[in-house]
Design a protein around this ligand. Structure first.
Ligand code: HEM
Length: 400
């Protein structure tokens, strides 16, 4: 089938098959892997990059900027919220390099491994509480959301009692229907909240990321404003993403029950299964967006300085040239870890060791403790989040 020469890239085009990318884009990958698409306003266009190899070439190239304030940057929605300067994924090098350096140590695999006993404890406690109640329950409310929220609170040193406050505001950052005003308000409120917490840590430091950020502020390696921005970003990114992965991962596994034994077979099999779930679900699904700072040739196409580029990583992760039979969930897939679900290049997810640890603990433990787990609603009736930058389900009724 020949695609429309300038197809409209409708962000949040509904996923007609809930766990697959919209089929129109897969056809585009075959016929015109890098093509001009019209964005939401019907006037501006950007390059849509659909292949895995080209996606990595763009995301790993220093000539592409993440700064959305520049003309030509492909906006995702009509009322594009003015992005606060500290929204970390939007900061370019060299400022980005300095900011990221203040946190690198906190997310090293060794450091996160030390957190595993705490994650196991939190998982066990949540599952104990859930198992005591009679199903059906909402798995998002009882397990998928509290687990990463409790863990990020523990890591950062944020009181979990405040979870409703930060969860509500974090939701605005991924809601593509949110207005600029709502975005700015949520960012401002979380910023004020974390500024107060950082001040409290200065008086009574703990063994946590926020206390160590305060030390860096006092040593002059990071400004108080940057430290607060980073703290907001970590608090938001640290729970919203993993929560959706736990819930959607559960859905995918329940749709493929024959593969659950592989998830439970041992640490190596579990780790591989988690990589495949990350690839298959690719929850960050609105496309990573960039703008060319100079002319660059990618996949034989010249992208001119000033052009916008959209890289939907859920398409790259279904590229048949890299992943055989890509639309099939295969928990034993040997090269699953080649996925770009955490992005690629300088903005590649900083929290990925944490996300991996949480998923490697939460998903097998859920199915071990509740072997009879099943959906309490037909798949089509689940509330899939079509209008958020991070895909998932807002509720997941289950029983066992
Ligand atoms: C399964 C869960 C997660 C997924 C799928 C995910 C995905 C991503 C993606 C795709 C990016 C790149 C954005 C871009 O290039 O524009 C990113 C960046 C980032 N993520 Fe995650 N993430 C997850 C969990 C986490 C967690 C638990 C944290 C911990 C706090 C975290 C912190 C960050 C940070 C700080 C960045 C910005 C890095 C930078 O710009 O240098 N993420 N994530």
């Amino acid at each position: 089938m020949t695609p429309d020469p300038t197809p409209e890239f409708v962000l949040a085009r509904p996923r007609t098959v809930p766990l697959d990318p919209p089929p129109a884009y897969s056809r585009l990958r075959e016929d015109a892997p890098i093509s001009r698409v019209t964005i939401w306003d019907g006037r501006h266009s950007a390059w849509l990059v659909t292949r895995w190899e080209d996606a990595r070439a763009v995301l790993g190239h220093p000539a592409f900027s993440s700064d959305p304030s520049q003309p030509g940057f492909p906006d995702v929605q009509p009322d594009q919220p003015p992005q606060p300067p500290g929204f970390f994924t939007n900061v370019d090098a060299p400022v980005h390099t300095t900011m990221r350096r203040t946190l690198t140590r906190e997310f090293m695999v060794k450091k996160i491994d030390a957190l595993r006993p705490a994650i196991i404890g939190i998982t066990g406690q949540l599952l104990d509480e859930m198992a005591r109640s009679q199903g059906p329950v909402d798995l998002v409310e009882r397990f998928a959301l509290p687990l990463p929220s409790l863990v990020i609170c523990e890591l950062l040193g944020v009181p979990y009692e405040d979870h409703e406050y930060f969860q509500e505001r974090s939701k605005v950052f991924v809601d593509i229907t949110a207005t600029g005003e709502q975005f700015t308000q949520a960012w401002g409120e979380l910023n004020a909240y974390l500024l107060d917490l950082l001040a409290a840590k200065r008086k009574a430091p703990g063994d946590d990321v926020l206390s160590r950020l305060v030390e860096q502020v006092d040593a002059g390696t990071v400004s108080e404003g940057d430290a607060t921005d980073l703290a907001v970003f970590l608090l938001f990114a640290g729970h919203e993403t993993t929560a959706n992965m736990i819930a959607l991962g559960t859905v995918a596994l329940l749709q493929n029950p024959g593969q659950i034994p592989r998830l439970l077979a041992g640490p190596a099999e579990t780790a591989q299964a988690v990589e495949e779930l990350l690839r298959y679900l690719s929850i960050v699904h609105m496309g990573l967006r960039r703008r060319a700072l100079q002319d660059v040739t990618i996949g034989g196409i010249t992208i001119s300085a000033g052009d916008g580029v959209i890289v939907p990583i859920h398409l790259a992760n279904r590229d048949p040239e890299v992943f055989t039979d890509p639309d099939r969930l295969d928990l034993g897939r040997a090269n699953a870890r080649q996925h770009v679900a955490f992005g690629y290049g300088i903005h590649q997810c900083l929290g990925q060791p944490l996300a991996r640890a949480e998923l490697q603990i939460a998903l097998p433990e859920l199915f071990r403790r509740l072997p009879g787990l099943r959906l309490d609603a037909p798949l089509e009736d689940l509330a899939f989040k079509q209008e958020t930058a991070v895909y998932g389900v807002s509720e997941l009724p289950v029983t066992w």
